[in-house]
Design a protein around this ligand. Structure first.
Ligand SMILES: [Zn+2]
Length: 339
């Protein structure tokens, strides 16, 4: 992979190119929210720094350095991360970095330390500081961090920060279209891609993970089935069959609740304007219009109250309220509004 394959971040790519083709700063930090691509950019930058003949587009992908890098066996790339994604031990910092920086690179012209900044506590950062202050030649430190404010000012002042900016809807849709074509032979429709983009709240990494997630479409279908039928069925069915679905999918409860909220959001838009194009579940427009036509008594007020029952469950689950009580109460509340 080269920079060209990474989505967006035009300005960042120009800045990085200037570094790896020129005289790079000895310490960089890549910051950005979850799903922003900070790991991908940090790795691509590390690869370009180590490559024997980097191009305008990053590492060449062909030299020995690139081959070892891709295989994860490059002796001059040192990755520092806690296997449990918690805290890197201070001893690890001392052994893998502080003592190691004195050893010259073996194959590449540079040695790169790729460090999970979020997993460094204060002691770990202090241990790293001396190496950052007096770096031997040909050593580059790359830290990856969700938020640079978690790092000590003394560490930050010795690094150049590269902040990943958020992605536009168009950039995310382009990335989804590419993945759809390359990995799924184009099986997802444009409407499904749009839904995936919306459901990810425009977070690139999340959107790409969601595409191909087998559970999401079936969960969404189930949510539609529940909402369009719950008003017609008996209390017993609601409290046994419907509840059992939530119980069996308790691990995905937040996604399911979110899907239901989005359906109510769309119902509310369509209730006001049948032709509104700004709905999320565009491919389910007919299903929702039929539901509204078949249930004329379901007005905006009732839709809003039904959605309110879902937001209450979010709060209750955060407060560790009993699952059966929280979900059962929600189902009965929604049933009341939609009957
Ligand atoms: Zn190369």
């Amino acid at each position: 992979m080269s920079f060209q394959r990474l989505i967006g971040q035009k300005d960042l790519k120009i800045r990085l190119k200037h570094e790896y083709l020129g005289d790079p700063n000895h310490a960089a930090i890549f910051t950005g929210a979850k799903g922003s691509g900070r790991h991908e950019f940090a790795r691509e930058y590390a690869k370009a720094l180590m490559c024997s003949s980097p191009t305008d587009d990053g590492a060449c992908g062909k030299c020995n350095n690139c081959t070892y890098f891709d295989a994860g066996t490059h002796p001059d790339l040192i990755v520092l991360a806690d296997p449990n994604k918690k805290t890197i031990k201070v001893d690890e910092v001392r052994n893998k970095v502080v003592s190691d920086v004195k050893i010259c690179p073996q194959i590449s012209r540079r040695k790169v330390y790729l460090i999970e900044g979020d997993e460094l506590n204060e002691a770990g950062q202090n241990a790293l500081l001396k190496s950052l202050e007096e770096p031997p030649a040909n050593i580059i430190f790359i830290l990856i961090c969700e938020d640079s404010e978690k790092l000590l000012p003394t560490v930050l002042s010795r690094t150049v920060e590269y902040k990943l900016s958020s992605y536009s809807k168009d950039e995310i849709m382009d990335a989804l279209r590419s993945k759809n074509k390359e990995e799924f032979d184009g099986k997802y429709s444009e409407d499904e891609l749009k839904f995936t983009c919306e459901f990810s709240s425009n977070v690139l990494g999340k959107a790409l993970d969601l595409l191909g997630d087998e559970e999401l479409p079936s969960m969404r279908d189930k949510c539609f089935e529940i909402i369009t039928n719950i008003g017609k069925e008996g209390y017993c069915a609601t409290l046994t069959d419907r509840y059992s679905y939530f119980d069996a999918n308790a691990d995905n409860i937040r996604e399911i609740l979110l899907l239901m909220l989005w359906i109510f959001g769309d119902l509310s838009i369509l209730k006001k304007d049948r032709n509104n194009k700004n709905i999320t579940n565009t491919d389910k427009r007919d299903v929702m219009l039929k539901f509204l036509d078949d249930n004329p008594s379901v007005d905006l007020n009732k839709i809003s109250k039904a959605a309110g029952h879902i937001t209450t469950v979010f709060k209750r689950l955060d407060l560790n309220v009993n699952f059966l009580y929280a979900v059962g109460d929600m189902l009965l509340g929604i049933k009341k509004e939609l009957t």
